[in-house]
Design a protein around this ligand. Sequence first.
Ligand SMILES: [Zn+2]
Ligand SMILES: [Zn+2]
Length: 188
Amino acid sequence: MREGIKDTLVFNVKDLQYEDSKVYKALVPPSGLDVTFDEVEFIHPLSCTVHLLRQGCDNVYVTAEIVSAISVACRRCLNPFESGITTTLEVLFCHSNESQEPASELVEGEERYYDGDTFDLSEDVQQALVLEIPTWPLCSEACQGLCPQCGTELNEGACLCELTDESQQRVSNPFSVLSEMLPEENKT
Ligand SMILES: [Zn+2]
Ligand SMILES: [Zn+2]
C-alpha cells in the first residue's frame, strides 16, 4: 500500500492531529461498499479523493470526489455497456456529546455526528453514487433498440417486420387511414 492511499473510507480524527487539513486518496473495491444495485455493476474500484478539514475542536468538514465506472444494460437494446460515474459530496462530521442529540438526528442533510474518534464516509459515498446512476441508461442516444415484434436488434439492421407492418402500409396509402378514421369521427 502506497503511503496516503487507503482502501476504506473510515477516517480517524487523529489523522488531523498535526495539521488542520489533509488530502487522502482511497481506492475502495466496490465489494467494500454496499453499492450493488439491480442491473448495475461497478467495474472499477471507487477512486476517491477526500479532503479533511478540521473545524473548531473536533469537527471535521469533509469533501470528496468519487470516480468509477459501471456496467449497465441499455434500456432499448438490452446490451450491457460501460459508463463513467462521478460524484462529489460534502459532509460535516460533528463531535456529538452524548446528552445532546438523539440518534434520529444523525442524518440531517450534510451534517452528521460521530463519536470523536473515527468517522465512516461509506454510507455518504453510497448515497451520493445512487443519485448518479442513470434511471434510463442508453448505450447511445441513437440506439434503435429491439423490434417489439421479432426482437431483432435494429442497430444491426432492419428486420422483416417493417415490411409487413400495418402502420407502414397505412402511411404508404393515406387514403386507407382516412377511410378508417372518418366513420369514427361521424359517430361522435
Ligand atoms: Zn442500446
Ligand atoms: Zn422485427
